[in-house]
Write a new protein. Structure first.
Length: 82
């Protein structure tokens, strides 16, 4: 009763399918094999740790200089009010 009605003769697919005349070469086979040594991994990790520590040191120094500037400013303001 609720079945779809299909056409009696379905349309035929096109006889010609497009194929490129000059397909792109497979570049994956042309790449050399890359081996990562443990020394390189250790060097990258050490460099990352050192750079992170330097960044943290710069941030702590900047915060301490900002706090010292605020304290000196308030001390000078109190001294100028007298």
């Amino acid at each position: 009763m609720f079945l779809p009605k299909y056409p009696d003769s379905p349309t035929q697919p096109p006889a010609h399918t497009h194929t490129p005349t000059n397909p792109a070469p497979d570049r994956r086979s042309a790449l050399p094999a890359v081996s990562v040594s443990t020394g390189a991994v250790v060097a990258v990790l050490t460099g990352g740790v050192v750079l992170t520590a330097l960044l943290a040191a710069v941030a702590v120094s900047a915060v301490s200089v900002a706090i010292a500037a605020v304290v000196l400013r308030s001390l000078l303001r109190e001294h100028n009010r007298r």
